[in-house]
Design a protein around this ligand. Structure first.
Ligand code: RB5
Length: 146
């Protein structure tokens, strides 16, 4: 199961990413927003991140206008490693090296076809562990020492 959410700036891109994921055979839990009415992106991050942290969803996708605000908000959730991705190389690397559990995109930045390649690159990549696991542990140490 994949958790997905957006603010009003990411609505159209969210819809097209959901279609792509379903076409690939994935189950998707959509946490809104569902209309073009203005909403606050931290509220959407706050719906998606717990689903990833409690294991209900394997990972999350968050979309706002730029992807920046919603990635900042997501990264305030302890245990979330949210990566703002605007290209497939970074999307693959953030799985391989950072084991990102949320990817973020900008609905006003990234077009639908590119977004699909970003999502595919992330899904199809594998976390490499090893020295990268050690670095993630150091990120967790920062969280735990705050
Ligand atoms: C909303 O207008 C916009 O600020 C938001 O979608 C996002 O781009 C913030 O980082």
């Amino acid at each position: 199961m994949i958790a997905i959410g957006c603010d009003h700036g990411g609505l159209e891109l969210k819809e097209s990413v959901i279609k792509h994921l379903k076409d690939r055979g994935f189950e998707v839990k959509d946490f809104g927003t569902y209309t073009s009415d203005s909403v606050d992106y931290p509220d959407i991050a706050a719906k998606v991140c717990p689903e990833v942290l409690n294991g209900s969803c394997e990972f999350g996708i968050l979309i706002c206008g730029t992807g920046i605000g919603i990635s900042i908000a997501a990264n305030k959730h302890k245990g979330i490693r949210a990566a703002l991705c605007s290209d497939p190389y970074s999307a693959a690397k953030t799985k391989e090296h950072n084991n990102a559990n949320v990817i973020c995109m900008g609905g006003r930045v990234t077009g639908p076809d590119l977004a699909n390649t970003i999502v595919d690159a992330y899904i199809d990549a594998k976390f490499e562990g090893g020295r990268h696991q050690n670095r993630i542990r150091k990120i967790t140490d920062i969280e735990n020492n705050q």
